[in-house]
Design a protein. Structure first.
Lengths: 332, 648
């Protein structure tokens, strides 16, 4: 009884200051489960797959998590992702210099992100609705510039793509597999940078303030509108980076690319302890949430379970995570 | 405390709800809950295929309870010619796995007259199918025609030239594609560094051997390299050796040799030993103990094998598929060879038949939301059940090419014994598929792809249909029916696949001296399509054959037929893709036949190729294993209509 009456509230209180606690616990539980239940889970190939595929969605998740902490949503990330890939692919196919093509892709996705922010702030339409609109609109751009067809780069190999998202030779040779790619370096680097921004800079404080208590923040002199527009823009930029990195690997993009990504990244953020109402959450949590979902994806394949079960299981985990986070959040 | 209890109960409730709802999470129209598992899959998937499976029940046979009965008639037997033991093993294995009764008939010594009379006896037994060697098409034509006229499906194996060349309308001939044997052999020698090649023909004038050399020379020509044919006297080994030796002395820059059998290979080896020649590459036909030794010591790169096991196995398989599902072999010649026996293949230990095999399939859509794939998946699961292996099918939960590519990597991490993949986008899929192949997993492509050469990915073969080939054989079949002038109605000009169908169709007709052209129509506007067809017919009343390339063309065509009061005999119509409408018009005699890619065969063949590769060291002969055109006409329209959506 002592444990329940005294220790548990204590633990709960302590955990309430760690938004990523739930994600970490679930991740470890799931990892342990798959280690026993899924054949070949503990192999470099499977771990490499999880890290590699998680990196692309992970970069988008960083942006979306930050945006959610500042109290806004972006459902257009998947469409924006496809726009950036098409801009890159079509520029390369047109024979433009590689640096220019990459720059164009990043600029277009950043501008579209900024546009989201302007629409939300200037019209005061809830971001859920506004970006639902731009999600459809940006998908329309994809179909318009891509002509509804695949865009595929078949030219000479591009050296810079090897650095951006090539084989991670060091790890691959170490483990004797072909699974690790350099995108994971960029992902972890970006996660570290934005963790620093969020936790250690004034701008980071503004983000929490803008999401947690916008009126109070405004009263304290925080430019809530500017912070939010900036976050939409940063999200757009991160989407662009993820899209360029994926294209550096795949060399091909189709009109449906990125569809459904908006929900996966929100799910990863929520599992990672980011609160839907804003003002609370961490990048580390979102990163853990991303890897958790990717691990689920690979683990179920290894258990030879049809992919449709992924949705059901992911849904259950989201609900459990939110319930647990809400429970912990009420501790104070 | 109270809160904790509430939380716990919510968690429990959520899990119960989830468990209860699970089947709803994977909706499968017309199929049991789990779409990727065979419904009647036996508890033990590792059943040894050679165990004499009870032949009394063909599990999913819609035909009835009685097992199918096939008779094989061949000009030689295992009892007195050991070559045939491999063929008969293939027949026996297939019969046991597929639950059919098979009887092998043959003379007790080489006797074509006796063999012909055995065909007559086989017909009299009224079997469900006959497979035979067309050793002498003139002598065998009359008895074979009796079988075909009696409505018995007939196909040829090991000996024959295909229904077109033999002039006998049997389903297909299962045997070696001689031209491809020479061609692919040439490609392999060039890859090994050949600069100038020679094909040593030990029997010039023999049609099969000449084709091998032709293929070899063409392969060199395609790379702008020189190659020629050297005729030697096969019956005189010493003289052959001298001829080769003289040729080499006169042409010392020749560094690639192809021999067409032991009669060429043995003098060639003697020549190598006598002259001490080094730095040349050599390939040959037919595996003998001597050739095996030379492959192992590196003298010879490969021996081409016609893969007799597959001839027997495939004959039973195609007869079974024809009987149960009205599935037809796509091409006049179904190649069982060339199979290349090289050092890698000799070192490859076949997996024992009783060892369980695990295959992984990755495709861009699933039966759960696209009914087309139910037929493909059924073919896979049926083949898996027959062959006693386990198949898991992976696909995204909606069409998502990138996710499909990731699934290839994820499925490879399950360390399957073999993999099947769709090549939706060769550029995007090249990396994951190549990685899987390099890690030692045999890979077969299915449904979507263009073959390993065009896709640029070294998988074993592609099971599916090519649009041009479908149009071409459709054209040949239409020409046989006797037409004067034809038109191909294309409802989406500019669509690569549909354009290729029309092109193939018109090319075939042109070969037969029949004029034809393409009529472009607006597929999205049925009424206008009908008007365009009608106007065209008014302006060209001499046109008596119409090909439509899909329902968007055939439906308005039928409206035109009704409006003009056209009757069977006025026009001949052929089209693609089964629909209730064209089934009706096949019966009425307006539509001669419908072609499709036979998705069940795509699934079945993919599993079969992988399992035979693993267990029997059999490689698919060609880069494309054609499943279409599968013709649906009056003879099989009933069974196709009955099975539409499940097996067709």
């Amino acid at each position: 009884m002592d444990l329940v009456t005294k220790k548990l509230p204590q633990i709960r209180h302590r955990l309430s200051y760690m938004p990523e606690a739930v994600a970490l616990i679930v991740l470890l539980l799931l990892f342990t489960f798959f280690s026993f239940a899924a054949p070949y889970f503990l192999t470099p190939l499977s771990i490499g797959n999880i890290l590699t595929f998680g990196s692309i969605t992970g970069i988008v998740t960083i942006g979306v998590a930050m945006l959610m902490i500042s109290g806004e949503f972006d459902l257009s990330v998947g469409s924006n992702f496809a726009v950036a890939s098409y801009v890159l692919a079509l520029s390369l196919i047109a024979g433009w210099p590689v640096w220019l093509s990459i720059l164009l892709a990043l600029v277009s996705s950043t501008l579209l992100g900024c546009l989201n922010g302007l629409i939300v702030i200037k019209t005061r339409i809830p971001s859920f609705i506004a970006t639902l609109g731009t999600m459809l609109a940006y998908r329309g751009i994809v179909r318009a510039i891509g002509g509804g067809d695949f865009a595929t780069y078949k030219g000479e190999p591009i050296p810079v793509f090897k650095i951006m998202n090539g084989d991670f030779t060091l790890l691959n040779n170490l483990f004797g597999v072909q699974a690790f790619r350099t995108s994971m370096i960029w992902f972890l680097l970006l996660a570290a940078i934005f963790t620093f921004v969020l936790m250690r800079t004034r701008y980071g404080n503004w983000i929490f303030a803008a999401g947690g208590a916008p009126e109070a923040a405004l009263a304290q002199g925080v430019h809530v509108a500017r912070v939010k527009i900036m976050n939409f823009t940063l999200t757009g930029m991160l989407v662009g980076i993820a899209s360029v990195l994926q294209f550096a690997h795949r060399m091909s993009v189709d009109p449906l690319r990125g569809e459904g990504m908006e929900l996966i990244v929100v799910a990863a953020s929520v599992i990672g302890g980011v609160r839907l109402t804003g003002g609370y959450g961490t990048i580390i949590g979102a990163v853990l949430g991303t890897f958790l979902l990717q691990m689920l994806d690979q683990g179920l394949v290894l258990m030879q379970i049809p992919i449709q079960v992924f949705q059901a299981t992911a849904g259950l985990i989201i609900i459990l995570a939110v319930i647990s986070n809400t429970y912990l959040g009420k501790a104070d | 405390m109270k809160k904790l209890r509430v939380l716990l109960s919510i968690v429990v409730l959520a899990s119960i709800l989830l468990t209860a709802c699970q089947p709803a999470a994977t909706p499968a129209p017309e199929k049991p809950a789990e779409p990727t598992k065979a419904p009647e899959k036996p508890a033990e998937p590792t059943k040894a295929p050679e165990a004499p499976a009870e032949p009394t029940k063909a599990p999913e046979a819609p035909a009835g309870e009685k097992p199918l009965k096939f008779i094989m008639v061949q000009h030689a037997l295992c009892a007195w010619d050991s070559f045939w033991c491999t063929v008969e093993q293939g027949i026996k294995d297939a019969a046991a796995q597929m639950g059919v009764d098979v009887q092998v008939l043959g003379p007790d010594k080489f006797d074509l007259e006796k063999t012909a009379s055995l065909i007559d006896q086989a017909v009299a037994a009224k079997p469900d199918g006959i497979a035979l060697t067309v050793t002498d098409p003139v002598l065998f034509k009359e008895p074979i025609m009796k079988a075909i006229d009696a409505g018995i499906p007939v196909l040829a194996y090991n000996a024959g030239k295909g229904p077109l060349e033999d002039g006998i309308p049997y389903l297909t001939y299962l045997g070696q594609d001689e031209y491809q044997g020479g061609y692919q052999g040439g490609v392999r020698l060039i890859a090994a560094g050949a600069k100038r090649g020679v094909c040593i023909n030990h029997q010039v004038g023999h049609a099969g051997l000449d084709k091998r050399c032709q293929g070899f020379v063409d392969a060199f020509k395609a790379q702008n390299l020189k190659a020629e044919v050297l005729g030697v006297k096969g019956e005189d080994a010493a003289q052959s050796q001298t001829t080769i030796s003289d040729f080499y002395a006169a042409n010392p820059d020749v560094n690639a040799f192809l021999t067409l059998g032991p009669s060429g290979a043995n003098p060639f080896y003697a020549f190598l030993d006598a002259e001490g020649v080094k730095g040349v590459v050599h390939g040959t036909f037919d595996v003998t103990p001597e050739v095996e030794a030379k492959i192992k010591d590196g003298t010879t790169l490969f021996a081409v094998d016609q893969q007799p096991y597959l001839q027997g196995y495939g004959a039973v398989m195609y007869l079974m598929l024809a009987n149960k599902f009205g599935i037809r072999p796509a091409l006049p010649v179904t190649a069982t060879g060339p199979g290349f026996v090289d050092a890698k293949m000799l070192g490859k230990q076949p997996v024992p038949a009783d060892k369980p095999l695990k295959l992984a399939m990755v495709q861009h859509a699933m039966c759960a939301y696209d009914p087309y794939w139910c037929v493909v998946e059924r073919g896979m699961q049926d083949a898996a059940k027959h062959m006693g292996v386990e198949v898991t099918i992976y696909g995204p939960d909606k069409f998502d090419v990138e996710k499909t590519a990731a699934l290839i990597d994820q499925a490879a991490a399950t360390k399957p014994d073999g993999m099947g993949v769709v090549i939706t986008d060769p550029v995007l899929f090249k990396e994951p598929v190549t990685k899987a192949i390099e890690s030692g997993i045999p890979v077969v492509a299915y449904d979507t792809g263009q073959g390993p050469e065009k896709d640029g990915i070294p998988y074993l073969t592609f099971w599916g249909a090519e649009d041009y080939v479908q149009g071409y054989y459709g054209g040949l079949k239409l020409a046989e029916a006797g037409v004067k002038k034809a038109v191909c109605v294309n409802h989406q000009v500019g669509h690569t696949g549909l354009d290729a169908r029309c092109r193939g169709f018109l090319d075939a007709l042109k070969e037969k001296g029949i004029p034809g052209e393409v009529l472009g129509v607006k597929g999205e506007d049925a009424a206008q399509v009908q008007t365009t067809i009608s106007d065209y017919y008014t302006a060209h009343p001499d046109v008596d054959a119409f090909m439509t390339v899909g329902p968007a063309g055939s439906d308005p065509f039928y409206a035109f037929v009704e409006a003009q009061g056209i009757k069977a005999g006025d026009l001949k119509h052929v089209t693609f893709d089964i629909s209730p409408a064209n089934i009706k018009y096949i019966r009425e005699g307006i539509t001669l036949f419908v072609m499709d890619a036979q998705p069940y065969l795509i699934g079945y063949g993919t599993v079969m190729s992988l399992v035979l590769y693993l267990r029997q060291n059999i490689s698919p002969a060609l880069g494309i294993s054609a499943t279409g055109p599968g013709f649906i006409d009056k003879s099989n329209v009933d069974i196709v209509e009955e099975l539409a959506g499940t097996y067709r």
